[in-house]
Design a protein around this ligand. Sequence first.
Ligand code: PMT
Length: 425
Amino acid sequence: MARILLGVSGGIAAYKALELVRLATAAGHALRVIQTPASRRFVGAASFAALSGAPVLSDEFERDPARGAFPGDAAPGHDPLSHLELVRNTDIFLVAPASANTLAKLAAGLADNLLTTCALAATCPLLVAPAMNDKMWAHPATQANVVLLRSRGVTVLEPATGRLASRGEEGAGRLPEPGALLEAIEALTRPPVPAPAADLVGLRVLVTAGGTREPIDAVRFVGNRSSGRMGFALAAEAAELGAAVTVVAANVGLPRDPRVTYVDVETAAQLRDACCAAFESTDVLLMAAAVADFRPARSFAGKLKKGADERMRIELERTPDILSGLAAARRADQTLVGFAAEHGAGALQYGREKLARKRLDAVVVNDVSRTDIGFDAADNEVTILTAAGTTQIARASKPQIARAVLDVVVALRAAAAAGAPEPAA
Ligand code: PMT
C-alpha cells in the first residue's frame, strides 16, 4: 500500500484522474488530491473527495481538515502547514494531468499555487504525466522543460498518441490511461527486493532500449512500436545482479530506476554515437532497442505542407548496423547479446544467421507477429541462441525473461573465463 499525493492541473484530461483515484483506492492505496484552481473548471473537488475519501485542497493558505493525514492514518495533534505535512507523509507525488503551464512551472521551480509549492517541498519521488495539445507538447520550450525535469531525477512519462480533445485532431499529448499511471506509481513505490546472488558485480553493462525515431520533418518521424520495457527490464535485473548499468534509451517514457544511468536519444545515429562512446568500457552489451533500418534520406527543418498532390514520396536510406559495427571492434573479453525481432515462421533460422553474421555471443529471438508478447507487451517469450545451444524460455513477464537472458550471459562469461566452450543448454 502506498500513500499517493495526486496533483491535478487544468486540462480536459483531469476527468481521467478520477478513474485513477478509483483504481488506486480499489488496489488498496491511500490518496490525497490537490488541485490547481484551473483544474476545478474541468472536474470539481467533490468528485475527488468522494472517491478518495479525504478532503481535497486547492489553496496553499487553506486549512486541511485532515491536517495532512492520509486515509487510514491518524491526524496529528497540532494544525500543520498543509503543503508541508502532505508531502512529508506521502510516498509519491504524481502530477496528472500536468498541463504545459504546470510543467513549465515545475521546471522553473515556481511556487505560485498549492500544487507547485508541494512539488518544491517534496523529497519523495515525483512522477509527472503530461497531457496537452500535440503542438504544445512538441514545442521546444515544453521539450526543454521535460529534459530539465528528467535531469533532476523527475520521472516524466511520455504522453500517449491518439485522438486529442480538440475536434478532429490526433497526435502525441493524451494522458496515459489510468491503469498505466497506476503501474508507474507502483513501479516507483515498490519496496526493494532483498539482494540475491550478485553474479555481475564489478561488470559494466550497456543496454539499449526503446525504438528510434527518424525525422521526416520537424513534427513527423519514421518509428516503431518498441516501448522500452524489455530493455528497462534487462537493466533493472542487471543492476539487481550487481552490475554498473547504463541504458541508452530511445524515446522511452517508462519510470527510471535510480540504480541505472540513462542516456536519452531519439535517432539511430544518436544511439550509435552513445553506444560507441560507452562501448570501450563495456563488459556486456545487451542490444534490445528496435533500431530503424531505414531513415528518410532528407529531413525537412519545418513542417511539410500537404500541398495539392494526392501522394507524397519519401526516399529512405539505410541506417548503419550499429551492432555489427560494435562487434567488428569488440574485444574477446566482452559479451555481446543481440535481439532478433522476427515475424512468424523461420524465426530461429534468421536468428542463427544473425548470431553468425553479427559475430555475437547470443541472440535473443522473439516473435513479433504476436500481440501478447514482443513489442509493447508486458510479457515476452524468447529463444536464446548461442554457439553451443538453444534455450527456450516460455512466456513470462519481461523481468523474468531478462533474468533468463542474464543467466545465459553469466554462463557464457564463466565458460569463457574457464577457457571452455560455453555449456550447451
Ligand atoms: O521495447 P519493447 O516494447 O519491450 O519490445 C521489445 C522488443 C521486441 C523491441 C525487443 O525484444 C527486440 O526484439 N529488440 C530488437 C528489435 C530489432 O531491431 O530487431 P532486428 O532483428 O531488426 O535487429 C537485430 C539486432 O540488431 C538488434 O539487437 C538491434 O538492436 C540491432 N540493430 C538493428 C538495426 C540497426 N540499424 N542497428 C542495430 O544495431
